[in-house]
Design a protein around this ligand. Sequence first.
Ligand SMILES: Nc1ncnc2c1ncn2[C@@H]1O[C@H](COP(=O)(O)OP(=O)(O)OP(=O)(O)O)[C@@H](O)[C@H]1O
Ligand SMILES: [Mg+2]
Length: 357
Amino acid sequence: MFLSAKTPLVAIDIGSHSIKVAQLAGVRDKYELLSFGLMPLESEAIVDGVVKKEDVVIDTLSRLVKAEKIPTRYAVASVAGEAVIVKKIKVPMMSEKELVLSINHEAEQYIPFDIDDVSIDFQIIGRGVAAEPEEESDQEKMEILLVAVQRELIDSRTGILAEAGLKPVIVDLDMFAIVNALGVSRDLSRLGSVALLDLGATFTHVNIVLNGFTAFTRDIPLGGSSCTQKLMSGFGVSYEQAEAIKRGEMPEKVEREDAVRVLADSFEKIAEEVQKSFEFFSATTNTPVERVFVSGGGALVPGAAGLLGEKLGAPAELLDPFAAVKIGKKFDREMASRMAPIAAVAIGLATRKFDYK
Ligand SMILES: Nc1ncnc2c1ncn2[C@@H]1O[C@H](COP(=O)(O)OP(=O)(O)OP(=O)(O)O)[C@@H](O)[C@H]1O
Ligand SMILES: [Mg+2]
């Protein structure tokens, strides 16, 4: 098969709590949802973002792809965590082609890993900007968003997809996917400064977008699983019961008030870390974060957006990646809206097109 921008791709979001798959089709100026499915992972299969039980992940992914009757093998996957570095840097003015050839050399000083062990990509965000003051140069520069990912992580992720019978053709980042998910329904260039927070089980992915461009990113190694653990040990409940508490369903022996306290405390810890990111963003851009969109499973905890908005001092709302997506009859619209925030990464990935460079 000849691969092109029209090659249908399936998006695969392998999270530590569950795997999600999604497929979109472009119908004129709108997207249509072709498939979305989610399958929970055994709790020890992925720990701190590292795959511990490869067989379990491969088996779960294979079953999910089969259950959703995904017609294509070509896939877009994503990675996150400490092996991922995203930095805004300035490089001498040159053409994109020249930069492709010299990017390793330009990037080397910014990357704490051996340059031969990472896969590098970039996006040009601005041309003709002034050099950094310490460079004392009057030569104009261009600003790029540099992305470096340890090859080991990419190889591990693509290896899992291949074992599940898929052909990975794009590897994106969770923290970029959420921006694409919001971009489906909003014109990002008109949103001013918005923070996107994806509250997963292991990570909280942060992307602050300023006038349509990523201005700050961070994968905070904090998520909902530590809260699940606290509920289990604090109330002596099972994993399933702790998960039910997070959905707002109280087991008999647990008082709602007590549970809410534990949940609020865990959001507070995440908010503290996010606040540091907001402060850094504001200090470097002289712009406050004006608005917050939350996604991920953590966003489904009743009251999550309100609580985070209050702690962060900016209005927060749930990110609904389906807001402008045509949802066919085979889907339950109501269920799609209820689950929407947890689908953000997968839907963002599903907007990617294969471009045979
Ligand atoms: N309906 C729900 N109500 C409340 N909490 C939920 C709900 N569904 C999932 N969660 C919580 O959200 C978290 C999982 O979210 P998500 O699926 O976004 O994580 P993940 O992508 O698997 O993990 P990560 O990206 O961090 O590796 C878990 O902590 C889970 O308890
Ligand atoms: Mg996730």
